[in-house]
Design a protein around this ligand. Structure first.
Ligand code: ZN
Ligand code: ZN
Length: 446
């Protein structure tokens, strides 16, 4: 058996993974751990629990009186390809999808402090420890102790069963895991200013999605019926415009046909008694000399997403194009503003700060594209956008039915960006959303 310290150097399989893939891999492991009779409490920790867009290993924390059988069980779960290390309280395995998964088992009394220590970013955890010291306390993964020295002496333990109790001892409101990055959460938690963050169940639909009219898999009616099954109120169909020929972008004639088709589907759904609407729209390409559709086409569509798909090599040029798009009264939002594909393609050269300013000035929304490859606008920029009064549209950019699951992923990233329900337009019920869509056009009509 390896000593516990033997685990750290063996990181051959350490690499980076998109959050969605990591969650997909972690969920069955967490479910399995939860079922084990010797497991009292269990959770993920680290970048996964913080909803970082890209994560490293999967880290699990379990409390148990009897680590041995839990570690055996973990090392022999279905899907484990190899065991990298196995100690008395820790084990590391590689699962078939290539991710490394680490389990740490602690006594239940240590669960909350370990969870707090192993969840926060390094910077966040440093501040937590410093706050403890300033109160004559020691915080480490074993507990919170009445001591000025490093210790794990049980007689000095401040009993904290939950993370909330640890935050309270440190003079803080509870900080949601997504915010534990040392990016302002301490100032907010000291003064009762941690916002009530968006919940994914607040979302009523998605405003940027595709069908088999362009490069999506499913037809609009199947898309509508699937959204109804999920309990959503609306779903915008925003297929590509003609310049995106590689994505089977729609001609002006096809856009007009689709408009009628969507109206037919809505009529049928209403007759069947459903309180649900498909919204007709487009993801119009932002071209060098303007948008891919003229204003008289855009004005007939309920939802217009303007996206840059074919950027210039020049930052000023890309920035100018997106600002011009925001200034068009028919454009409701800028889609995936940076154009990045996580772990695949860098962001376009674009001055996002200037784009945010232009959106603030024109009342244009910015998309949080919840596709696992995009998660764009980046979570780090949302507070700035929000402070300038820019609203978020949280969209699946769905290309097939199962992409509706991205709503939940995107909501986690919105939370990480400190967004509340009021900051996200597609939490609005349909009548209020329609008013907001119309308001953008009225405000800037020329
Ligand atoms: Zn796009
Ligand atoms: Zn799209």
């Amino acid at each position: 058996m390896l000593p516990e310290d033997g685990i750290a150097p063996r990181r051959r399989f350490a690499s980076r993974h998109r959050l969605f893939d990591a969650m997909h891999a972690a969920t069955p492991i967490l479910d399995a751990l939860r079922e084990h009779p010797e497991v009292i409490r269990c959770a993920t920790t680290g970048s996964l629990r913080r909803w970082n867009d890209v994560v490293g290993d999967l880290d699990f924390l379990v409390s148990s009186k009897n680590p041995e059988p839990v570690l055996d069980y973990f090392a022999s779960l279905p899907g484990v390809a190899s065991v990298l290390a196995r100690g008395e309280t820790k084990a590391s395995v590689v699962i078939e999808s290539g991710l490394q998964a680490n389990l740490r088992v602690v006594a239940d009394i240590e669960f909350a402090p370990a969870l707090a220590i192993f969840t926060g970013s390094r910077e966040h955890t440093v501040v937590m420890r410093q706050r403890a010291i300033a109160r004559g306390l020691r915080l480490n993964e074993h507990g919170l102790f009445r001591s000025t020295e490093e210790t794990r002496d049980p007689s000095l333990r401040v009993d904290c069963r939950t993370e909330e109790e640890i935050f309270e001892q440190l003079g803080l409101d509870p900080v949601p895991p997504e915010l534990r990055e040392d990016r302002g959460e301490f100032a907010a938690a000291e003064t009762g200013k941690i916002p009530r963050l968006l919940e994914w169940t607040d979302l009523k639909g998605s405003l940027h999605n595709h069908t088999d009219w362009s490069d999506g898999r499913n037809n609009p009616e199947d898309v509508a019926r699937h959204a109804i099954e999920l309990g959503l109120s609306y779903w915008a169909i925003t297929d590509h415009s003609r310049a995106s020929f590689q994505a089977n972008g729609l001609s002006v004639d096809r856009v007009r046909q689709q408009l009628h088709h969507v109206a037919d589907i809505n009529r049928r759904l209403a007759e069947e008694g459903y309180d649900f609407k498909l919204l007709s729209g487009t993801e119009v390409d932002v071209l060098r000399d303007g948008l891919d559709f003229p204003d008289d086409v855009l004005s007939q569509l309920e939802v217009v997403v303007a996206s840059l798909h074919d950027p210039a090599g020049d930052e000023a040029e890309n920035t100018r194009r997106l600002i011009r798009a925001a200034e068009n009264p028919h454009v409701h939002m800028i889609g995936h503003p940076s154009g990045r594909l996580l772990l695949e393609r860098e962001a376009y050269k674009v001055d996002l700060d200037a784009v945010i300013d232009a959106c603030a000035a024109t009342g244009t929304w910015i998309e949080l594209n919840a596709s696992p490859w995009r998660l764009d606008l980046d979570w780090r920029l949302w507070r700035r956008a929000r402070e300038r009064g820019v609203k978020c549209a949280l969209n699946c950019d769905a290309h097939r039915l199962e992409h509706t699951a991205f709503l939940r992923l995107g909501a986690g990233l919105a939370r990480k960006g400190w967004l509340t329900r009021d900051d996200v337009v597609n939490t609005l019920p349909l009548p209020a959303l329609r008013e907001a869509l119309a308001a953008k056009r009225a405000r800037n009509s020329r």
